[in-house]
Write a protein that binds this ligand. Sequence first.
Ligand code: ACM
Length: 267
Amino acid sequence: MLKTSIIQFRPEFANVKANTLKVNGLLAAVKHSDLVVLPELANTGYNFISREQARSLAEPPENSAYVEMLVHSAQKNKQLIVSGYHELEGDKLYNSSLLISEDGLAGKYRKVHLFMNEKTIFEPGNLGFPVFQVKGIKLGMLICFDYLFVEAWRIMGLKGAEIIAHPSNLITQNATKAIPAQAMINRFFIVTANRTGTERSITFNGRSFAVDPKGDYIARIPDDKETISTFDINPETAHDKLITPLNHVFDDRFPGLYKEILEKDLT
Ligand code: ACM
């Protein structure tokens, strides 16, 4: 069993130091969890005024007190941590998610599907949809708006993902309709850690949740308050891909018939 925690909280906008301190304190409260998932852009907040402002707040993971704090916590508590992270590489900015283990940075995903003004700030992710094997589990990551793109979930399902960690800054309830279906269709767990609070005109709606491979809720924070939710995941249940004794969600596919999806225009 994998004791898993969602930390739903409100990052302080543009204050990496305050967020580092705050997340450090919150991680102390989940020291007995094996896996902890934090929201998107947990180190900086979300609603940047300009690319220049965003650039001034971004850091490479290898030179970040925030990441150092995550690694220290993962070592101390022998746990895995997934956190949204505002990443600088060269002069490029990425809306990233880091997977931290006792050994340091164990995996990274960069958000591919950028939402609204993110397109003026970040590069689209260039790392594909990797699945990381760490501490006996197979884990993939998506970030917030990525959830609308069914191909991303499917690729990670086909790569054997048992759990998808989904750091988010959601502002609508649409994810609660789409995500349980993706869990059921691919037969894996999904852990959506959303943030709370308002930044200028944007209010984030909290209501983080986790669903099992049948698409049923196993955790659901009811409101937009800062809250920690802890629950158990048995990753092995994600290995059962049978819908009926004769129907397997992956083996029943006909990939040769789906090649049209690679065409730009099918009209
Ligand atoms: C979002 O992708 N942060 C809505």
